[in-house]
Write a protein of this length. Structure first.
Length: 186
């Protein structure tokens, strides 16, 4: 009788554990790359915010992230560091950067046409940023997140700004945000 009871208890525990492991993470509700960055920026406390600007020349915003047109290939490649061979993988992009110096903080968000390309896009972006020859000093850190498996969020800059940014991405997007890359650049 004890063996039968033990058997049923073990089977019940296996069933419970199997049910827990199949739990899916809820996806965050995101309408655009610009919205994604602005939700993170809005979560910064006022005393942690710095003078910021966002977007390309046509979509520029003060103290907020702004859209970057996919037609602005120079901005995508030389400000956001998207390699030319990865431009075809995205269908939406946004920028938020420190108003005085991009090495102090530059954050970008990209929506992928196909989320199955996230690994390749992240790796290409990381390599391009890490191989950059900086003109006015090096940023301290680089972080790249995926959100919902379809957005890629990259940021580089000074340690204080990066720590705030990483914490707010995690706070706003929770388990939907996965830190894929964390690197020291200086």
């Amino acid at each position: 009788m004890k063996k039968i009871m033990t058997f049923f208890m073990v089977m019940a525990m296996i069933g419970i554990l199997a049910g827990c492991s199949g739990k899916e993470t809820a996806k965050a509700d995101i309408a655009s790359s610009e919205e994604l960055l602005n939700k993170v920026w809005d979560a910064f406390p006022d005393d942690a915010k710095f003078p910021a600007t966002g977007g390309d020349a046509e979509h520029m915003k003060d103290n907020a992230a702004g859209n970057v047109s996919l037609e602005e290939k120079d901005t995508l490649m030389y400000v956001l560091y998207v390699p030319e061979n990865s431009l075809e993988l995205i269908d939406d992009a946004a920028l938020l950067m420190h108003m005085m110096n991009s090495n102090t903080f530059t954050g970008a968000a990209f929506h992928l046409k196909d989320g199955s390309n996230s690994g390749a896009f992240v790796e290409n972006l990381k390599e391009n940023i890490m191989n950059t020859q900086w003109m006015c000093g090096f940023p301290d850190e680089l972080s790249i997140f995926t959100v919902n498996g379809e957005y890629v969020v990259s940021a580089f800059g000074k340690t204080e700004n990066m720590e705030n940014f990483k914490a707010k991405v995690q706070e706003v997007y929770g388990d939907s945000a996965v830190l894929e890359v964390e690197a020291n650049l200086s």
